[in-house]
Design a protein around this ligand. Structure first.
Ligand SMILES: Nc1ccn([C@@H]2O[C@H](COP(=O)(O)OP(=O)(O)OP(=O)(O)O)[C@@H](O)[C@H]2O)c(=O)n1
Ligand SMILES: C[C@](O)(CO)[C@H](O)COP(=O)(O)O
Length: 227
């Protein structure tokens, strides 16, 4: 990887989640997608983008040795209880880097060119970059107690956010040094008042969260293999 001309960008792949909503009998990143695990597919896609000088994956503590066998090209570290703890565990071993792309292992079908799109935007001067897609459903705000609709929300300016999310290393370190609360890393950068740029996402970068998502992922890969 050191001979890569696009040096200076590190991939940090959080893969330490339990996959509770998926409901399989092992941590989500180690679930099979038809010959390869979710973790292997994610690392492979990152490597095929030719964006990265290093790939760091973060896995449950008891899976570190197994992960090293599965993805020998990557550095493997143990994660924590929350996603942000796992990201911080990865950040702790980065050392010197210009840019960091954080990518959910669970978005295993992400095409390599999405990594390129995000990295390019950083190289063009952005501090933080997220891939987004328009929201396709009608959205309503509801009262979660009596389940009544309060209002229909204008979706024109709403976007669903994916990963990889890219950051200058400096901005990411600052964001994670604060003990803020956010469901993604860009949320922590926003909280510091920094601008977050968007690029067009990709439907294949969907997150495998539920059993339905896993079925879709397996079907898409099986379809790819036969076409
Ligand atoms: N403590 C955690 C929690 C999540 N993740 C990672 O963050 C990504 C997005 O998380 P999500 O898909 O929500 O995974 P889980 O936390 O495993 O899902 P669940 O909430 O259903 O348990 C995944 O690649 C997951 O492995 C992580 O590295 N460490
Ligand atoms: C980081 C993320 O994938 C961006 O969409 C998302 O926020 C993770 O959220 P989850 O609560 O772990 O599903």
């Amino acid at each position: 990887m050191s001979s890569n001309p696009r040096t200076g960008t590190v991939a940090l792949i959080p893969a330490a989640g339990m996959g509770t909503r998926l409901g399989e009998d092992q941590p989500k990143a180690f679930v099979d997608l038809g010959g390869t695990t979710i973790l292997e597919r994610s690392v492979d896609s990152a490597l095929r983008s030719s964006v990265f000088s290093r790939v760091i994956v973060v896995v449950p503590e008891d899976m570190v040795e197994h992960a090293r066998e599965l993805v020998p090209e990557a550095e493997v570290v143990a994660g924590g209880a929350e996603r942000s703890d796992s990201v911080r565990a990865g950040l702790a071993v980065i050392g010197a880097a210009e840019r960091v792309l954080i990518h959910d292992a669970a978005r295993a079908l992400t095409p390599p060119d999405l990594f390129v799109r995000v990295d390019d935007e950083l190289r063009n001067g952005a501090t933080a970059v997220v891939p987004v897609l328009p929201v396709v459903d009608t959205l309503k705000r509801v009262d979660t107690v009596d389940h009544e609709v309060i209002e229909t929300v204008d979706r024109a300016k709403l976007r669903a956010v994916q990963t990889p999310q890219g950051f200058t290393h400096t901005a990411l370190q600052l964001a994670h040094a604060e003990s803020g609360d956010a469901t993604d890393d860009a949320g922590l950068v926003e909280a510091l008042g920094s601008r977050v740029q968007t690029v067009h996402g990709d439907q294949y970068a969907f997150k495998i969260t539920t059993a339905f998502d896993l079925r879709i992922a397996r079907l898409l890969l099986a379809d790819e293999a036969t076409s």
